[in-house]
Design a protein around this ligand. Sequence first.
Ligand code: NDP
Ligand code: NDP
Length: 315
Amino acid sequence: MDNKITQLFNIKFPIIQGGMIWCSGWKLASAVSNAGGLGLIGSGSMYPEVLLEHIQKCKKATNKPFGVNLPMLYPDIDKHINTIISEGVKVVFISAGNPKIWTQKLKDNGITVVHVVSNAKFAKKAEDAGVDAVVAEGFEAGGHNGREETTTLCLIPLVKQAVGIPVIAAGGIGTGRAMLAAMALGADGVQIGSRFAASDESSANINFKNQIISSVEGDTKLMLKQLTPVRLLKNKFFDAVQAAENNCASTEELTKLLGRGRAKNGMFEGDLDEGELEIGQVAALIRKIIPAKEIIDEIVAEYRQARMELIKFEM
Ligand code: NDP
Ligand code: NDP
């Protein structure tokens, strides 16, 4: 498995672990990197001193490449950028924001920059801003999501047409067969979130992990489209949002209902009623909580098996 993505990051498999808030601390990122993928620390939930601690612990836990995911909505982003540069982090994935703002500064400091996009227009903008690759994340993905609602099956070919830089597929990918499908559509690698949220090393609360592995098809839905669209697992809070939206709640009313820190409450502290539980549609296929290395080994084995089956198939 040697291609543009393994070469860009100097990793064994073109498998990237999504940098998810409250799930992707140094334990998960280093475990994924040690297993041959690219681990990402999800810095959106971390105060600046917590990010510093996680980067330093990650460096001790692995001698393989790892990176940091940085949501541009993060309030203290300049502090995170300074920590990333001073700690010598070599890879940054930026989500939700204008790629022009930070790319040059990061590149000037020798950092490989990847931008997360949900449509071909943003992918082109990211390429023009000088990023090294894009993650094209489709409708199936958990957490924050694009407004176009383009599914991964349609998004990957559209983004491939639009840019010449490597494309990493995300949204709905949790198995080797899904990885093969994404590569068949032209992706150079995959980013996987939900599957790793339910790993042993994920810092998510065990209640949330258990909820993921017991969820079934139809248990997630894209909500709060008037604010920032976010895919949530159904629970009491979800029902409250749905009722408010059905009653044509205003943006102010929805903002008040959401309040502050619900993602922490749900995913980190394990309040399954009142918390925000962000997970992708693929949760319905995740049935066990296992170490990150076993997840990667399973995905690689299934990818190889499915590829052999397809090679034998003739039309
Ligand atoms: P842990 O994974 O147990 O967490 C260590 C620290 O990081 C704790 O302060 C913990 O907060 C916090 N922390 C752990 N995971 C996350 C996460 N995904 N998002 C935000 N905070 C997180 O490893 P250590 O025992 O080595 O602790 C390292 C520090 O990193 C802790 O202070 C931990 O809180 C923080 N941490 C922060 C995370 C985040 O996303 N903000 C994730 C994992 C750890 P707490 O004390 O509340 O458990
Ligand atoms: P809220 O405004 O509801 O709450 C902020 C949360 O972030 C709190 O839990 C707070 O921890 C924690 N936090 C960490 N660092 C800071 C800081 N410097 N200032 C304020 N709060 C901080 O936001 P959300 O929980 O919905 O989102 C948190 C972050 O995650 C945002 O930056 C957002 O852009 C990002 N995000 C990214 C997603 C993605 O897909 N990449 C998905 C969802 C969110 P505490 O409660 O301990 O104060």
